[in-house]
Design a binder for this molecule. Sequence first.
Ligand code: ADP
Ligand code: MG
Length: 241
Amino acid sequence: MNDKKEASLVLQNVSHSYGATAVLKELTLQVNAGEVVVLVGPSGCGKTTILNLLSGYIQPSSGTVHKTGIIRTVYQQDGLFPWLTVSENIDMGLQPIGNTTQRTKERKELVELIHLEGFENHYPHELSGGMRQRVELARALAGRSDILLMDEPFSALDYQTRLRMRLELVRILKQRPRTVVFVTHDIEEAAQLADRVLVLSNRPATICRELVIGTARPRDLTSGTVIETMKEILQALGLPQ
Ligand SMILES: Nc1ncnc2c1ncn2[C@@H]1O[C@H](COP(=O)(O)OP(=O)(O)O)[C@@H](O)[C@H]1O
Ligand SMILES: [Mg+2]
């Protein structure tokens, strides 16, 4: 398998503006290999912009971006190709693997990993929202990806599905470790998933709090760690606890 130790992301002194709108101001952040970093911040503060800079989709107005490893992105919703089946969507991620036998084996393993056996020939519109996000995750894990950028991947799902998806993600990452940058405005999600939470300020975004969480995953919603982390995030955001 790929060597996770080499994957890492760095934004160094990055500022970014869209025209006259300053979105990021001298932001520096580093994501270590194998780490799950969760970015939390108010709507419009620049979270998606940070992911777009990390993926190389956009270039910063100033500052430098450094990345080691193959990056894949999981979007909030509708990231799948609607005219392709589950198998064909996963194949898009498998393309770097040249050998057909290997690809077939890998596709089967991924379908099992996301518990969608029997749905291989279904189209996205025939799946629930949670199932579609699992397919997106499988596609992002396929091939030789090292880094997952996840932009509010569960926020379009209903609450119970969201809770289940968090557990699914934890289970899946145990089997296929990746470096993860996960964006959410859901502080509960941040507290359950992160090795490290970065709380962002309003635009132009700066990191106003960094919380390192030492507890292993999965974490119960009502565990001391999760409750304490949520309190600290609320405090950093200036919201009542
Ligand atoms: N391509 C763009 N052109 C102009 N303004 C943009 C563009 N993308 C984002 N913005 C603006 O930049 C700010 C940050 O956007 P975004 O990074 O999407 O925030 P978030 O993901 O935290 O909600 C918002 O005010 C948004 O309207
Ligand atoms: Mg966004």
